[in-house]
Design a protein. Structure first.
Length: 747
């Protein structure tokens, strides 16, 4: 696509003040959707410019966050200008195409997420997370929920997402905090840091996310079940790669950042594996053909396509498999098609936020290769566009959106069992928002009806949000429901831990153990240590029984340790009564946990919360903004993405070697601590990042060598200036052998 910049500028001036337009005529020729589905244009320019996030209100209107300041040019200029906005899009003539827009908020700098909750709008304008009341489609009173939600830095790696889960908590991608408003107060709690851009949940409440080069990751368990022990670092149940298959099947060659590197493109210049996966969605619309419910859809904007994965649930784990080999659910030959986010609609359709921008790689990581290619193909001129597309089942009827304001309490409770997850979620939220305490009897009745487990779970959390749960109700439900409902009930029972309730809880847990269901046992493992606070002598034997039953299941062992928390010391004497406890994996992990408590060695998410976030050095700030996305906040790397800094020979050697890596990059295969890392991707060099000075790079080297090796090192800015000219022979990234040879020459 070729764009005339002069005409575009005139067009922008003419349309800047308009809110209603003739419906645009845009062809979707070149878009290929799976048989049985329709792909329709819902909104486009001039209504939109670079949409990145969206949500539906109770009237079925779309609220969209626009980020036109992102990569308007190859230098990234304009990123800090207040050009962003949040708009309300409407279809006044009810033909399915947007014909009216109302700007709710404007003059925003890089707004990146929004969620309609609690009768208002939660949105992100870095670094703040705001909540603003809505008064006749205009912003009312605004408060700052979190002033450090998205610290300044690379917009590709700032928190985003804002998904309201079934547990009444709001989760984000790229953040280790969750939020909710309860009894009029905003709460903020540490949680697992998940993914990069976009986040979703399934019917059960498990979370899904991804990284650029890993199309789908997820948690095997409900949020926060494995991290309540501040001194324990679980390794198995969280941030799991759900499929090894990263293969993509684009319809045409596309410009990707490292297209020159081996293994990125095939002989026909087609992308082989994902390099910019984002915006995952678990479909919950209840309106697609059989076999599509709870499928995982993933945006692949660099290849102009959307993938479909089929999830499988195994009780104590989840896996995914691409629906097909050789084709995609949706693919296009339009290089402007940049799907970056997906949402379930109130009509059972999937809606796509298409940023529709030529260059979507942030300038800090933009390779010379892609710069040259973008200029040649005029991709850098593809700006000022934005679209919302809809995918719907050809054979389905248009679903009617309930009028929640006019819906009776009994009808709201019935909607908790609706086949459409958007409607279920909205009904649950509405019952809590409007404090419908008169719904409690009907909710309790629904909780006791085990014919619809999804409705039971929604009813449980509606009662939780209304502060209407009771220990007696939970005990009744846990005995008669299926495994997923039992798992949630076990979780909610922890609100009632006490010496008085301990005997009854123990009796219920023993009954559940007789079912020998791995999912139920996994959640029992997460809770038994917590109940041991009230009666360690009663629950220690149950803990060991669970361990013995799943001796080779690392997740169950981690769950037991996570649930024990500060009760570990009290539990040990009772566990030692079992002859084979000593030297068992459970014993080793519990003893290690006590040692970590003594040394105050916190799990990284709690350490960030209590210490690091308030004690940033300049080098640490830059590290978090640029390096931590791949190497982790704790420098231990991220599986499948980047190797660890922690105890790496590369940091313990000469400072010049670190400088060369930071400046010019490093590609595998690499050996670190004797382990081979061959990730088929390279760490990009920062020499071409004009925003980083020699002083900045010096600070980064000082920070990483101090934080992740035994001996801190300093490399003067003057030395770094000289190293900028010591480039790899091929002008790209160093190999391990070339780097070692180079350093020897420098010495």
């Amino acid at each position: 696509m070729r764009i005339n910049i002069g005409l575009l500028a005139i067009y922008a001036v003419v349309t800047a003040c308009q809110s209603s337009y003739k419906e645009p005529k845009i062809t979707l020729e070149g878009y290929k959707i799976e048989e049985g589905f329709d792909l329709d244009l819902v909104a486009s320019e001039p209504f939109l410019d670079a949409p990145v996030a969206m949500d539906f209100d109770s009237q079925g209107r779309l609220w969209v966050a626009e980020m036109p300041g992102f990569m308007e040019n190859l230098e990234g200029r304009g990123q800090k200008e207040p050009t962003g906005s949040i708009k309300i899009l409407e279809d006044l003539d009810n033909d399915g195409i947007i014909d009216h827009t109302n700007t709710f908020l404007d003059s925003l700098i890089m707004p990146r997420a929004l969620k309609l909750v609690y009768g208002g709008l939660l949105y992100v304008e870095p670094p703040n997370l705001y909540f603003v009341e809505i008064e006749d489609d205009r912003p009312g009173n605004r408060i700052v929920v979190d002033s450090s939600y998205a610290p300044q830095g690379n917009p590709e790696y700032q928190p985003n997402g804002l998904v309201l889960n079934i547990d009444n908590w709001i989760y984000s991608a790229k953040s280790n905090f969750r939020y909710r408003r309860k009894n009029g107060k905003w709460l903020k709690q540490p949680t697992t840091n998940r993914g990069q851009w976009g986040i979703s949940h399934d019917n059960f409440g498990r979370l899904y996310y991804n990284h650029n080069s890993q199309q789908l990751l997820g948690d095997y368990v409900l949020p926060n079940r494995l991290i309540r022990n501040k001194f324990f670092v679980p390794k198995y149940g969280l941030n799991r790669l759900l499929t090894d298959d990263q293969r993509v099947y684009p319809l045409h060659p596309t410009a990707v950042n490292r297209g020159y590197a081996k293994g990125i493109l095939d002989k026909d210049s087609l992308l082989i594996n994902v390099t910019a996966a984002c915006g995952p969605l678990i479909y919950q619309g209840g309106n697609f053909p059989e076999g599509y419910e709870e499928n995982a859809f993933v945006c692949v904007p660099e290849a102009n396509l959307i993938k479909r994965n089929i999830l499988s649930f195994h009780g104590d784990s989840t896996s995914a498999k691409q629906a097909w080999q050789g084709k995609e659910f949706l693919a296009s030959t339009d290089e402007g098609f940049r799907p970056v986010n997906l949402v379930n609609g109130p009509d059972g359709a999937i809606y796509i936020a298409d940023m529709h921008r030529g260059v979507i790689q942030h300038y800090a990581f933009l390779s010379p290769y892609l710069k040259k290619k973008a200029k040649k193909e005029q991709l850098d001129t593809l700006i000022g566009f934005g679209r919302i597309l809809k995918i719907q089942n050809k054979d389905s009827e248009h679903a009617k959106i309930p009028d929640f304001e006019k819906t009776s309490v009994s009808e709201l409770v019935q909607l908790l069992g609706n086949k459409n997850g958007w409607i279920r979620d909205r009904a649950q939220r509405y019952l809590i928002l409007k404090d419908k305490s008169e719904a409690v009897p009907a909710l309790e009745e629904l909780v006791g009806n085990n014919t619809n487990p999804i409705a039971q779970v929604h009813a449980l959390y509606a009662l939780e949000g209304l502060n209407a749960l009771s220990f007696s109700l939970l005990n009744a439900v846990v005995k008669e429901s299926d495994a997923e409902v039992v798992s949630h009930t076990i979780t909610l029972m922890e609100e009632f831990v006490s010496k008085e309730n301990a005997p009854l809880a123990m009796s219920v847990f023993q009954e559940l153990m007789e079912k020998q269901n791995v999912s139920i046992d996994m959640y029992l493992a997460t809770t038994v240590g917590t109940w041991a606070k009230a009666a360690p002598d009663i629950f220690a034997p149950l803990m060991y029984t669970l361990y013995k039953r799943y001796k080779n299941n690392t997740l169950i062992t981690e769950a037991l340790v996570s649930g024990s928390g500060k009760t570990t010391k009290e539990l040990i004497p009772y566990l030692q009564k079992f002859s084979d406890f000593e030297n068992s994996e459970l014993s080793i992990k519990l003893i290690k946990n006590i040692d970590r408590q003594k040394g105050n060695k916190l799990n990284a998410i709690y350490a960030d919360n209590e210490h690091k976030m308030d004690n940033r050095t300049r080098g640490a700030q830059i590290f978090r903004q640029i390096c931590a996305a791949c190497h982790g906040l704790d420098g231990k790397g991220i599986e499948g993405i980047a190797p660890p800094f922690y105890k790496s020979e590369y940091l313990s050697g000469p400072a010049e070697r670190v400088g060369l890596i930071v400046l010019h990059g490093l590609k595998g295969p690499l050996y670190i601590n004797g382990k081979l890392y061959d990730l088929d991707q390279a760490m990009p060099g920062m020499a071409g990042n004009e925003s980083l000075s020699n002083e900045d790079i010096s600070d980064v080297i000082s920070y990483v060598t101090n934080a992740f090796s035994r001996n801190s090192k300093y490399l003067a800015p003057e030395k770094i200036k000289k190293l900028r000219e010591r480039k790899p022979e091929d002008g790209r990234e160093f190999t391990e052998q070339e780097l070692m040879s180079y350093v020897k020459k420098l010495q």
